[in-house]
Structure formats: C-alpha cells, structure tokens
Design a binder for this molecule. Structure first.
Ligand code: IVH
Length: 690
C-alpha cells in the first residue's frame, strides 16, 4: 500500500469504528487497537503532511462526528507565494519586476520584509469597522467559516477605531508560540497517557487524544475545533500582514498598510522592516531565528509601492510582486530500507525511498522521493545505505546523498524494473524521456485508479465521498473503470448497499455529490481528464481559449494533423506551446480516451468558460508583436487578459486583434494577409480606457 492508500484506508476504518462505537454502541475492536490505528495514521500524516486531509479523524474534536464548518467564499482569492532559495533567485525576482514594469537600474525597488511564520492563514472580513466573518484559506477561493473560533483570539480586534473602509478583508497568520506549543503538547501527551491508563483499567473510552506534531499542526487543529470553547483554551496568536478585497484603499504603500493595521489594533510582526538590502536582512533574520518565540521558515519580501503591485498582478496562484525567500532546507540522516515504485496516473514509475523514521523540519519522515531512475544512478543510492534527506516547507522530502552502511557490504546497485509492479506490462523509457512508463495504459489498474483519484480530487471534479479506499474497492468489483462509471453508480444502489461500511446516509451523500457535478466549469473538467502536462493553469488556458467543450473537442480532433491550422492555433496559445499541444493531441488521438471522453460527456455538461464580463476584449484573441513603447509586452498582455482577452502567440484566422509595436515583423504581415484587425499601441490603450 502507498502511504496515500494507507491514510485513506486508516481514515475510513477509524470512521467506521467511530460509528460502531458512538452510534451503534457496538464496538468491534478494543481501545488499544483503536489507538493503534490512530497512532499509525498520525505517524503517516506527520511523514506526509501533503497527504493529510483537513477532515482527517486525527483533527477532529473527540466525541463528535465531524459535521464540519460552513463554507465561506473569500471576496478576493487568497493566493500563495513563489519561493526563492538563494540570492540568485531573488535577483531573478527583482529583474523580472524591472522587466515587467520597464524600470531602469537607477529606479530603486523598495521592499517590505516580513518573517514568514509557519502557521495557517486566515481571512478576516470587517464591515463598517466591525469584525463580521473569519475563514481559513481553504482552496484559496473558499475556506471554512471559523468566525466563532477566531473571536476567542485576544489578538483579533472586534472593532476598528477611526475611519475604516466600509468593507475590508484583512489577512494574517494564526500560530502558536514555541513555548506554548511545548506546554500544549505536553498537556495533550499527558491526557493521552491518562486515557491509556483508564483504558487499561477496563473503561470504555472515546477516540484518542490528538498529540500535535508541530506548532503549525497544533494551531490548525486548535482553530478548527467545532467547539469554540476548546479553541478559547488554546494559546493562539495572530499577526496581520495583507489586504484582501477593500471598498477603499487607505494607503499608497505596503509599509503604510502595516502601520495602518497597527493603528487599528492588529498585531504586526515587529521584525517587519523596509529593506534596501534583502541579502543582509535575510542573514540577520536567519541569525535571530533560533531565539524567536515562534517558528519561521523564511522571509516574505513584498514590493512596497501598491500602484506597482497592482500593475504587476498575478501569474497563476502567486503575485509577481512578492516572494518567500526560504531558509535552507533542514537535513537529516537515516537508513534506506528499500526502494519502491509508485505508478502515477499517466503511468510514470517513480522510485521512492522507504527509510527508518527520522525527524526533519519538525516532522517524522519515513518516505522520500528519488524523482526518477537517473537520479537514483546519479546518487548511486542503494538499499541499506545511509541516506541524507532534506525537507523544505511542505514539499515532499528528497534524498540528497547516499553513503555506504556503517557495517557490512553495500548492496548491489538498484535496477529499475522492466515491468510495471501494478500490472506487469512492459515498462519503458521512450523518446529519451527521463521517466519510465508502464505501457499497460488503460489495462493497468494502478493507472486507472490513479486517474480516478485525480478525477474526483478537490481541485478537479471535487466529488466528496469517493476516497481512495472506495475507488480501489469499486475498481476491484469491476464497477468503476473509467470516470463515466462514477455517474453510473446510482444505478448500482442495491449492490453498493451490500458493501461493508456503506450506510444509507453515506450512499445518499455520495449520490448527491455525484449529481452536483453534472455541471462543472470547463476548466475543471479539462483538468480532471488528467491529460499529461495539463495542470490547472493550462486547463484554464484551454478553457478560456476554446470557450466550450464542443469547440475544444472539435479543435483537438482537427489538430491531430500536424501543420493544420487547428494544430498551429493550439500550439500558439500563450503558455501552451507546441510540446504541450502534442500531449493534448496524443491524448485525443488515442481511441480509448476519445471514447471515455464522449462517454463522460453523456453525463457531464461542462459550463462554458467565463470571460471577464463586459471587458473591452471579452472573448477576443489578441496577438502582440514588436516592441511596445509605454510598457513591457508582459504588462500589455496582462492588461488585455484583465479586460477579458486571451493571448495567442501566433496569428491565425481566429485572431481578433494584432497589436503592433515598433519593428513588428512577419506577424503584422500575416495579419494583413488574413484580414485581421491591427491595432497600434495607442489604439490598444485607448480601447482599454473606454
Ligand atoms: S502574504 C499574495 N505574508 O505564506 C500574498 N504570507 O505562501 C500572499 N505567510 O498562505 C500571502 N507569513 O499562510 C504573506 N508575512 C506574510 C506571511 C505569509 C506567512 C504564509 C501564508 C500564506 C503563505 C503563502
């Protein structure tokens, strides 16, 4: 079992035992066995924080079945930050800002630096100066409404004095100090031990007491308590550091914003500073880090001028105007037990190190990625070796070095498998790729189930109630092969009811979740298909470009011909390019995939892509060529997109406007030949202004 599988399995088992204990009053296992399941789940989640789901039994209030929180949509999305790992990354960051804004070297870039605390971010909504709602980040668009719990924080001002915009979102980090965490953890540990002693005396007890692994985990668990009185007893703190949506912006720079927050009663990290020499600041904070009251994993640098921030905007999920410069990853050494192979949804075979448990960066780790077989040879890592691993932030730990065992001889070099461990099909590296792939395609059970897992996942179709364990089971039964089969499950209600742990309520909830997904935004649908290299960002590009699933499908079929206009158009979409175009076309050219897609479209009606409503260029395709005078190409493209347009790199009959700068070459000529409208920079800006 992979850790993901084991986590899903354990979570389902624990939930089943909870039901048996609390609802049916008919426990099947004793407390020790129950605690064993919990312990194992907690260990796995600690080693793989990226796999720990927010509704895991380990994060739940003891005794109550987690019914969860109300969802709360943020007025402005809560984004993440790109990372820098050294001065070179930071230099590239500032250079890209200069390029985008077309600033000369003589123009100073002022940054505000703030320590990056490892807690959880929250969105605080104030209306008329009064705190009305608070939510966790969630998926960035909507989180969980934890208003009642936030109200128990002493650091949270309920009313803001003086003049305040009518409506304003304030963002900050909820965290626990190191010392508070240590005391809290000791207290939980003691409670867990006492409970154990009572259990030994034969008492019937509820679920185990959760013992948090790190301050972040403790803060998140404490804020997500269903009972605010429990949160009130937890030593949670809050630093404010960012603005979300606001009906008016009371300041011109980020620094003034921090001052404004302070004046309104928020706590702002006192180490925040306006800096001219980030490298020196980074070194200073790194030196102070061990003595700080809380854990930090880097420093966030934000461009001070808000007008520049606004011009720079976002790319993907991160702003162009801020970066998190992380401290070097923490390292630890342990013994490599074996190298195992994971099969991904596109058949990629990924070697993974299974190691003796080791603490690194605040969590215990038992698995690390080895990326691919070239990496295994490069490191010459062998079973039984001592391995150094590193872990930075939330990324998956990786092996960085291998040393021979202290005693005894080294094992033979690792040999990549010639066949897929899941289906036995031939596994090969083709076209000089670094990745070895299972050739079993749709017949490989691992690929099929990985695809299904991806299809239902939160960022894809977001079908709740179809976790890994259930997918594996239904796949085994032969009821779930392709995504469309999910929509056929309601026809199997009687059979599902015969399965252990599938109560009437959970089946009804599952059917409701499935029915709700018969319409989804086109970009989600395209992402859910699991086409290689079509992540969320590229799915969005395709959705915006083609608008409807029918147009997309027809265009992909036409694009199978190399050199066709449809193929040129696909490869010409800014951000897609010829290599990704080939992946999409190969997907569609595979008859199984086309059949699976059409089968799915019998159930799901993807909603046409949203174009910025009422934008000057809503739904229009633009191509930029030549050198612009007043702004960089990147900024012009971002402006066109903000006005609803989509950017293409090459001119075709489907192009609506070609914007020409100085020295425009063949694209301008092609536009003329095809009769596409040509705009000068001035005309472009004029249209934007209207
Ligand atoms: S600003 C668009 N400032 O880091 C700006 N984030 O990777 C986005 N964080 O989810 C956030 N300290 O939880 C910002 N001073 C700081 C921060 C900070 C910690 C966290 C926050 C966010 C994540 C982004």
């Amino acid at each position: 079992m992979t850790p993901a599988e084991e986590i899903a399995f354990l979570s389902a088992e624990i939930r089943r035992h909870d039901r048996l204990y609390y609802e049916a009053d008919a426990p099947e296992i004793d407390d020790a066995a129950y605690d064993g399941l919990m312990r194992r789940l907690r260990t796995l989640e600690a080693a793989h924080p990226e796999l720990a789901s927010p509704d895991s039994p380990t994060r739940r209030v003891s005794g109550a079945a987690a019914e969860g929180f109300r969802k709360s949509r943020h007025l402005a999305p809560m984004l993440s930050l790109d990372n820098a790992f050294g001065p070179a990354d930071f230099t590239e960051f500032t250079a890209s800002i200069r390029r985008f804004l077309r600033l000369g070297e003589e123009e100073a870039l002022d940054f505000v630096a703030e320590p990056k605390i490892d807690g959880l971010s929250v969105n605080l909504l104030y209306e008329g100066g009064r705190f009305v709602k608070g939510a966790t980040r969630g998926d960035g668009a909507e989180g969980e409404d934890v208003t009642e719990n936030l109200l128990t924080l002493a650091d949270l001002p309920r009313d803001l004095p003086g003049e305040v915009p009518e409506r304003i979102e304030i963002r900050g980090e909820v965290f626990m100090d190191r010392a508070d965490f240590a005391a809290f953890r000791a207290q939980q540990q003691k409670a867990a031990e006492e409970r154990e002693a009572r259990r030994e005396r034969g008492e019937k007890l509820g679920p185990a007491v959760p013992v948090p692994v790190n301050p972040r985990n403790a803060a998140a668990g404490s804020l997500r308590q269903l009972d605010p009185q429990v949160t009130a007893q937890r030593p949670l703190r809050l630093f404010a550091y960012a603005m979300g949506a606001a009906s008016a912006v009371p300041v011109d720079t980020h620094w003034q914003w921090l001052e404004w927050l302070s004046a309104k009663g928020f706590r702002v990290n006192p180490l925040s500073a306006r800096v001219t020499d980030p490298e020196a600041f980074q070194a200073r904070i790194a030196a102070e880090r061990p003595a700080l009251a809380y854990e930090i994993d880097g420093v966030v640098y934000k461009l001070d001028r808000l007008d520049w921030q606004a011009r720079l905007g976002f790319v993907g999920r991160a702003p162009r105007w801020a970066i998190a410069w992380k401290f070097p990853a923490e390292r630890a050494t342990t013994t490599l037990r074996r190298i195992e192979i994971q099969v991904g949804r596109t058949g990629a075979l990924t070697p993974r190190a299974v190691m003796d448990p080791v603490a690194v960066g605040g969590v215990t780790v038992t698995h690390a990625t080895l990326h691919n077989e070239d990496e295994v040879s490069r490191l010459d890592v062998r079973e039984g070796d001592r391995v150094t691993i590193q872990r930075a932030g939330d990324v998956i730990p990786q092996v960085v070095e291998a040393l021979p065992p202290l005693h005894g001889a080294r094992a033979a070099p690792w040999v990549p498998p010639a066949t897929c461990p899941a289906c036995g099909a031939h596994a090969a590296r083709v076209n000089g790729e670094v990745v070895r792939r299972c050739t079993g395609g749709l017949t490989c059970p691992a690929q099929a189930t990985e695809r299904l897992k991806h299809f239902v996942s939160r960022r894809a179709m977001d079908i709740e109630g179809l976790g890994e364990e259930r997918i594996l089971l239904l796949h085994d039964k032969g009821w779930l092969g392709a995504p469309a089969d999910i929509f056929r499950l309601p026809a199997r209600e009687a059979e599902l009811r015969t399965l252990e742990g599938w109560g009437e309520l959970s089946i009804r909830n599952l059917f409701r979740a499935i029915a709700a997904r018969r319409t989804v935004p086109l970009e989600r649908f395209l992402f859910a298909l699991g086409i290689r290299r079509i992540g969320e960002q590229n799915a969005k590009l395709l959705a915006r470009h083609y608008g409807t699933v029918e147009r997309w499908r027809a265009a992909m079929l036409a694009a199978r011909t190399v050199g066709s206009e449809a193929r040129e158009e696909l490869g010409g979409i800014a951000g897609i390019g010829p290599a990704i175009a080939t992946e999409v076309v190969e997907f569609i050219a595979e008859p199984h995939n086309l059949r699976a897609l059409d089968d799915l479209l019998g159930f799901v009606a993807p909603e046409p892509a949203q174009v910025a409503a009422g934008g000057t260029f809503a739904g229009k395709a633009l191509v930029f060529t030549g050198t612009l005078e007043t702004m960089s190409r990147a900024e012009a493209e971002a402006k066109a997109e903000a006005a609803g347009g989509r950017i293409a790199k090459s001119v075709s009959a489907r192009t609506d406007f070609v914007v020409v700068g100085a020295d425009a070459g063949s694209k301008a000529a092609k536009a003329a030949a095809l009769g596409v409208a040509v705009l000068t920079e001035g005309e472009f800006l004029q249209r934007l202004a209207t």
